[in-house]
Write a protein that binds this ligand. Structure first.
Ligand SMILES: N[C@@H](CCC(=O)N[C@@H](CS)C(=O)NCC(=O)O)C(=O)O
Length: 389
């Protein structure tokens, strides 16, 4: 029997952000019922209720809907403050937001690339996604899988700047991150000590549902970073009720290479994206660690991400700002955080998320929306002649 107090979590078991939120709900002991989001919900119910065609979405027992894992978690942290994932220490708290943002927005290129550029990942996940999301479409599975793999590859790999020239850099970012995390998780169970923080939950998104499942990156992780592999299972099974351990004091030295990596990659991308947004350009290029990515789609959502990080800093007391500034300068993250003088996404200006109408990370003409995907398969199969015109 279903629990009337349970929230409904709409998503699929292959999804980055659904996995992130599941880990959080499990850790906090928030009862939830998992609802597989099929293509009809994705294209209709979910955007109608939340404003955005994205997963996950949460439906509360009182009928309210929430979208976007970042504000959802922040809302729950205020509602259920007794077992926090955001440390009290302001420097640690800010670094958690920064690591979460890097995991949400930067790592998805590598995650999508390993999934959709390699045959093993593509075959496995296109089968799972089509069976779970499109099981009732009157279309042969092989055809659906082909259309799904093509849509995902175009949206998340080609449109995100992965080419022959950037391929190696994309993969080297994953390998470097494994090395950094292997050191950290050889020293302690979670990024900031004996209990999971928001930084672990953020990283769990790409790591659990992509790097840990997709055959190619998972094989690399098992060989090269067994402590990271072990952390994945530890995170999945972490329960706040069972933990009385705390966060470490201050910021451990072994986080410095991670923060430097974030400064050189993610913050550079956020700046270039924000500049393109200001200039009203739909596509832009950026050089990261000496490698140039071209033709990236400008994202209003990611302008908002940078805006939010800056607001988090500004909300801190003066003394905390000073300590944090020193740390960020040391890691090269201070200058890019403030490089853009005028930053205005115009999104969620009243701070009403996760209940306000959300926006997708990417949208616009270049983005192949899910509705179009279904429409195209139906055209191919059911009206093959009509689709030739
Ligand atoms: N910022 C959102 C991102 C959610 C998101 O982009 N989810 C992906 C799946 S993991 C999605 O729905 N993509 C839309 C698409 O494929 O069209 C969050 O944190 O919830």
């Amino acid at each position: 029997m279903s629990n009337p107090q349970a929230v409904k979590l709409y998503g699929v078991k292959q999804s980055y952000f659904t996995g992130k939120l599941e880990a959080y709900l499990r850790f906090k002991g928030i009862p939830f019922e998992f609802v597989t989001m099929d293509y009809k919900m994705f294209g209709d119910l979910i955007p109608r209720k939340t404003g955005a065609s994205q997963m996950p979405a949460l439906e509360l027992p009182d009928g309210r809907w929430m979208t976007d894992t970042t504000p959802i978690i922040q809302w729950y942290e205020k509602e259920l403050p007794s077992t926090p994932v955001i440390p009290n220490d302001p420097t640690q708290a800010f670094l958690c937001f920064l690591i979460e943002d890097y995991a949400d927005e930067w790592l998805w290129r590598a995650a999508m690339h390993y999934r959709w550029s390699y045959k093993q990942g593509r075959d496995l996940v296109s089968t799972q996604l089509c069976e779970d999301m499109c099981g009732d479409l009157p279309v042969p599975l092989w055809l659906m899988r082909k259309a799904m793999a093509r849509r995902q590859h175009k949206n998340f790999v080609v449109n995100d700047g992965v080419t022959k020239a950037t391929w190696e850099h994309v993969e080297s970012g994953y390998l470097r991150l494994l090395d950094i995390l292997e050191t950290i998780f050889s020293n302690r169970p979670f990024l900031l000590g004996e209990r999971p923080s928001l930084a672990d939950i953020g990283l769990f998104g790409p790591f659990f549902r992509h790097f840990g499942i997709d055959p190619n990156p998972a094989a690399i992780m098992r060989e090269q970073a067994p402590s990271v592999y072990q952390w994945l299972a530890r995170m999945w099974n972490a329960k706040s009720g069972k933990l009385d351990a705390g966060f470490v004091q201050e910021v451990p030295e072994d986080l410095t290479p991670l923060l430097r990596e974030i400064a050189e990659t993610h913050l550079e991308l956020l700046c270039a994206n924000a500049e393109a947004f200001q200039r009203d350009e739909r596509r832009y290029g950026v050089t990261i660690q000496g490698v140039t990515y071209n033709n990236l789609i400008t994202s209003r959502y990611r302008v908002w991400c940078l805006e939010k990080l800056r607001q988090k800093f500004q909300q801190l007391p003066q003394a905390a700002q000073k300590t944090l500034q020193t740390k960020l300068e040391f890691c090269g993250a201070w200058e890019p955080l403030w490089r853009i003088i005028q930053l205005e996404s115009g999104f969620d200006t009243q701070n009403q998320l996760p209940f306000a109408s959300g926006i997708e990370v990417f949208s616009g003409d270049e983005w192949d929306r899910s509705e179009k995907f279904v429409e195209r398969i139906v055209n191919w199969v059911i009206q093959p002649k009509a689709s030739q015109h």
